[in-house]
Structure formats: structure tokens, C-alpha cells
Design a protein around this ligand. Structure first.
Ligand SMILES: [Zn+2]
Length: 281
């Protein structure tokens, strides 16, 4: 299968679904990361922290726009490499953008047509009224998805591309949220326990935005840990599907078949990521 993980900022694909991507690479699937913006302005932690010092390091506070962008790019390349991903497409859009632009939609549509993914992973477009870069990225992607689905060779020189599924991330965790959120919730989880060390090592690369060290471990423990608790495993990543799916019979997963709620507290708490993958700083 071909997967396209398309997110607003360089670190997003790793934090949202890096474990899942590593598992797909391991089973021989082709994974591409599309970073919609250069991410130079989001979480500029090392720069802001340096500016607050009495004698800031000139090598850090004098970095140019392009150098800051290059730092982020290299961090993403190193993180992706750890997960086994070498295909990275960087749109390098400004990350202070607030609008969906036709030119970007058309650019993204051509990328989707070229990559021809079976599935796209992206943020759920939380609130279209908010000028949030993740929402802008996902609405751009969904509009582009509609465009490639309407490609006509007479008009566009190429046939339509059909993407089989869109998996949304960043939604609330529990399935029971369906009762309070009008159906908006994760509807499937991927068990990332076997690759959680890889995800931590990948997040350790995002030093310029402070995602390394204890931050990475805390995020995995709290976010993927809570999703894991819901999924009945140590660590998980949650998704919500855009399209309904058709089966030849009613599905029950292998995880559901072997799940035992009386012993689940043991399997859930078998792993201590801070002990197993200690921060180096
Ligand atoms: Zn982001």
C-alpha cells in the first residue's frame, strides 16, 4: 500500500502517527510525508529561549529565515529516517498563513496525483472558523482530494485519482465520546507498542522546538498512553475514518478476540518508556 501523511508542520506527522508509519514501513508499504509549511515560526523554542538570556548566543539569534527553515527540515529528515521514511515532500508554505489558496490546492492536487496514495493521514479539520494552520492544511488537502477525483484527461492531461481512505488524527480518545461529541471520535487504534522506542527516538530529533528529551517521553506516556489504555494495549495511535467501509461479513479484530479486561491492567502497565528509553539530556 501507499500512504501519504500530510500535515501542517514538519513534526506533526511524527507526533500524530509516527508509530503507525513505522509499522507500515516495516510491512513493506510505501510511506511519503508531505509537510505543508516550513514550520519556521511554530514552536521557535531555542530561538526565543536564547533571546531571553542576558548574553544570547549570536550563532542562534542571528540565524536567518532560510537557516531556521533548514534546521526544521533536517530535523524532520532525521526523524523520518529513524522510522524508515525517506520520501519527504516539503511545500515550504509560510506557516503564518490563514487561508486556503487555490494555487496551493492545485499544487497539492498534483502531488496527490503523483504519489497516488491508497490512503492519506491528516489532522481532523477541527473548526473551519478558526485560523488554525492544521485546519487550513486539512481543508486544503480535502479540497485537493476533490480536485484529483475530478481530473478529466481532456481538461487536465491526466485521469482522476481515487484515494481509498482518509484517516484523521488529533481527535479525542475514547469511543464513548460518541455520546457527547455527536459522533466525532477516534474509531480505530493502531497498537504502536513495538515501535514506541522508534517514535521517541524520532521525536528526540526535534530539538529546535523542544520536543526532545522528557517532552517526547511525557507526550508518549500521556497521549499515546491514554489512547493505548482505550485500545487495550500499552501505546496506541487513534484515527477516525472519513469514508465508510464495506465488508463481506461483520468484522471483529484479532485484538478484540484476545482482549481480557481482567488481566488488561497488567499488559497495559508492562512498559515504562522513561526507564527503557532514557532521555540523554
Ligand atoms: Zn502542527
Amino acid at each position: 500500500m501507499k500512504l501519504l501523511a500530510a500535515y501542517a508542520h514538519p513534526a506533526d506527522a511524527i507526533t500524530d502517527c509516527g508509530g503507525t508509519l513505522a509499522l507500515h514501513v516495516a510491512r513493506g508499504d510505501e510511506v511519503t510525508i508531505l509537510s505543508m509549511t516550513h514550520g519556521g515560526r511554530i514552536h521557535p523554542n531555542i530561538y526565543e529561549e536564547e533571546w531571553r538570556k542576558a548574553n544570547p548566543e549570536q550563532a542562534i539569534v542571528q540565524l536567518t529565515r532560510q537557516e531556521i527553515i533548514d534546521v526544521k527540515r533536517r530535523e524532520l529528515e532525521r526523524a523520518a529516517h529513524i522510522l524508515g521514511i525517506e520520501r519527504i515532500i516539503a511545500l515550504d508554505q509560510e506557516d503564518d498563513g490563514v487561508a486556503v489558496e487555490r494555487e496551493t490546492v492545485e499544487r497539492v492536487a498534483r502531488i496527490i496525483a503523483d504519489v497516488a496514495p491508497d490512503m492519506i493521514l491528516m489532522d481532523y479539520p477541527m473548526n473551519a472558523a478558526m485560523p488554525d494552520p492544521h485546519t487550513v492544511a486539512s481543508i486544503t488537502l480535502l479540497t485537493a482530494l476533490r480536485q484529483v477525483g475530478m481530473y478529466l484527461r481532456n481538461l487536465d492531461g491526466r485521469h482522476a485519482t481515487t484515494v481509498k481512505q482518509v484517516f484523521f488524527t488529533k481527535l479525542p480518545v475514547t469511543t464513548r465520546d460518541v455520546l457527547s461529541l455527536g459522533g466525532l471520535r477516534n474509531d480505530l487504534f493502531v497498537d504502536i507498542t513495538s515501535v514506541v522506542g522508534l517514535k521517541i527516538a524520532a521525536m528526540d530529533q526535534f530539538v529546535s522546538q523542544g520536543y526532545n528529551g522528557n517532552f517526547a517521553r511525557k507526550l508518549i506516556e500521556s497521549w499515546n498512553g491514554e489512547q493505548g489504555r482505550t485500545a487495550g494495549v500499552n501505546f496506541a495511535e487513534g484515527f477516525c475514518r472519513m469514508y465508510n467501509e464495506t465488508y463481506s461479513h461483520l468484522p471483529v479484530t484479532e485484538y478484540a478476540m484476545k482482549f481480557d479486561h481482567l488481566t488488561n491492567h497488567r499488559s497495559y502497565s508492562e512498559m515504562n518508556v522513561r526507564a527503557q528509553f532514557p532521555a540523554l539530556d
